[in-house]
Design a protein around this ligand. Structure first.
Ligand code: PEP
Ligand code: MG
Length: 595
């Protein structure tokens, strides 16, 4: 078996081979910490850290599971029919032997105690290490025993999953928890959500695109992250020291003392700049020539509202309600459960509008990780298409949203509309939900505004159909770019083609803003373009007056707005909009930032 690689004790300790990986930047900032590798998601188990005081209970949970599997194997053996082939008995013996081996019965317990991993994660980590060692064995017979080890692990996992899980540790001050960087092949948006309250300081994945929902959640957590780092999860080893440069999409493993020092300095400078921005929290976002801009927050869960308030948001421009539905093994939250969550957000925003987007499930946000997805999920039964195909789920959600509208200002936003009949059916469902509530004497706001997400090119090219029927529009640039340029936003192999400045994309955005204004209805951008300070002036110049973004991006965008003069920006934007030449557009957008 291969010798275990010695682990670096400190970032300046005995030198390990340093290497740099390049990928796609998804969440800005610099993180310096130790690598914590996630076991393959295929086994679909929970990963969380266990608080110090619960460690022994977690150890005993795993021990009990091991005992239980022993008993199961014993029962299997006892119940073997007399005429059963001898291999079957031998097979059970091998599994029992594996289970008793200290590599399975003791090493994972040490992992729980030293790394604070939950039992399932600890077991998988150990199995991963063993599997890697088995891969290097030359004897094919022994090499194949890897499958037996995995089968035994699956038996233990099955038992573990049926037992109560200890609550994960929340953000702690201690150094151990405060410096973990997750390294994985991929992380689903639902898993990413699981990590929200933990003290991971960064993420690195082999695959993923800049605007995948996993990347979006990483951004909303405001921790440095890089995706599309091909090979990261194999090249980086457990406990390696890592620097993530989230602005450049670079990861440096086992950096030299000099490099580390440089990054610490940059980290300090960024922290000082962020602190300075805090002064703008209460300042309204008004351009130099006196035009007020609405800065709204994008949230995934009601718990994000305090951060939105803290950043001085004018309201919530996009509540991605599907995150309430994910990671629940397809169990749909009841009307009351949903109502409590929507109400929580509405109350937390203290009278500011909360725009609740109806369920946008599908594509990279399946209800359940294990469910079979369509051949082409981004083009399949997603968002409003799913809701209209599942009217009971949709109606339940609409009732819950409407009930929350009795507690503050709520707006309903419908994703992925393309057809007039989809708009009409959605409005009819809202009318039905209202009628039911009225009948039951349940309070709601009868004047709740209903808006459409403009995120399919067909919608941007048929705006009269929308402005006639809707109270407001919100441009989902993430999908608008995906569908206009025909590139999967999750696929890192085409990530280089994902260009918000493509003239076709700019034309569609500009047309939507103009059509909304002409019809006298509000238009917002709630895709990631709204939080990109390199694009703030371009969007202002196109006439955008409402931006919705993660709370962490809000103050930088506000600073940009405060320094902008529309009278100077508009002519330059018109020039950009007349061009179909990428280089001309890119140069002119750069100039816009210097104005
Ligand atoms: C968008 O598509 O731009 C958007 C805001 O929605 P989502 O990213 O959730 O698809
Ligand atoms: Mg979208």
């Amino acid at each position: 078996m291969p010798a275990e690689r010695s682990r670096p004790r400190t970032p300046t300790g005995p030198a390990m081979a340093s290497f740099t990986l390049h990928g796609i930047p998804v969440s800005r900032g610099i993180a310096i910490g130790r690598a914590h590798k996630l076991a393959p998601a295929a086994l679909d188990v929970k990963h969380y850290l266990v608080a110090e005081e619960h460690l022994e209970a977690e150890v005993s949970r795993l021990q009990q599971a091991l005992v239980q599997v022993h008993k199961e194997l014993q029962t299997l053996w006892n119940e073997l029919p007399k005429d059963a082939p001898t291999e079957l008995g031998a097979f059970i013996d091998v599994h029992a032997l594996i289970l008793s081996d200290p590599m399975i019965s003791e090493a994972p317990l040490d992992i729980i105690r030293t790394r604070h991993y939950n039992a399932e994660w600890a077991l998988l980590t150990q199995i991963d290490e063993l599997s890697a060692q088995f891969d290097e064995i030359e004897d094919p017979y022994l090499r194949e025993r890897k499958a037996d080890i995995q089968q035994v692990a699956e038996r233990v996992l099955k038992v573990l999953m049926g037992t109560a899980q200890i609550l994960p540790a929340t953000t702690g001050e201690d150094g151990f928890q405060a410096q973990m960087i997750i390294v994985a092949h991929d992380i689903s948006p639902a898993d990413m959500l699981q990590f929200r309250d933990r003290s991971f300081i960064g993420f690195v994945t082999d695959v993923g695109g800049q605007n995948s929902h996993t990347a979006i959640v990483a951004r909303s957590l405001d921790i440095p992250a890089a995706v599309g780092m091909s090979g990261a999860s194999t090249l980086i080893e457990q406990d390696d020291w890592l620097i993530i440069d989230g602005d450049a999409g670079v990861v440096i493993a086992n950096p030299s003392a000099l490099v580390l020092e440089q990054y610490r300095e940059r980290q300090g400078a960024a922290a000082r700049a962020r602190k300075k921005l805090q002064k703008l929290k209460k300042t309204p976002a008004i351009t130099k020539d006196g035009v007020e801009i609405m800065l709204m927050a994008n949230i995934e869960l009601p718990d994000d509202c305090p951060a939105a308030m803290e950043a001085g948001a004018n309201g919530v421009g996009l509540f991605r309600s599907e995150f309430l539905f994910m990671g629940r093994n397809s169990r749909i939250p009841s009307e009351d459960e949903q109502f409590e969550q929507y109400k929580k957000a509405v109350v937390a925003m203290k009278g500011r509008p909360v725009t609740i987007r109806t369920l946008d499930i599908g594509a990279d946000k399946p209800l359940d990780q294990t469910e079979h997805t369509a051949l082409n999920p981004a083009l399949g039964l997603r968002a409003i298409r799913y809701c209209l195909a599942e009217p009971q789920i949709f109606l339940t959600q609409l009732r819950a949203i409407l009930r929350a509208s009795a507690f503050g200002k709520v707006r309903i936003l419908i994703p992925m509309l393309a057809h007039a009949f989809e708009i009409d059916q959605s409005l009819a469902m809202i009318a039905q939900a209202k009628a039911e509530l009225r009948e039951q004497n349940i309070k709601f706001d009868d004047d709740v505004d209903v808006g459409a997400m403009i995120e399919i090119p067909a919608a941007a090219l048929a705006l009269p159909m929308f402005v006639k029927r809707m109270d407001f529009l919100s441009i989902g640039t993430n999908d608008l770019i995906q569908y206009t340029l025909a590139i999967d936003r999750v696929d890192y192999e085409v990530a280089h083609l994902y260009n918000p400045l493509h003239p076709a994309v700019l034309q569609l955005i500009s047309m939507t803003i103009a059509a909304g204004h002409k019809a006298g209805i509000d238009v917002a951008v709630c895709g990631e373009m709204a939080g990109d300070i390199k694009l703030t002036r371009l969007l202002l110049g196109m006439g955008l007056r409402e931006f919705s973004m993660h709370p962490a991006q809000l103050l930088s965008v506000k600073q940009e707005i405060l320094n902008s003069d529309l009278a100077r920006i508009m002519p330059q934007t018109r020039k950009i909009m007349r061009s179909m030449e990428p280089n001309v557009i890119a140069d002119a957008v750069e100039q816009l930032q210097l104005m």
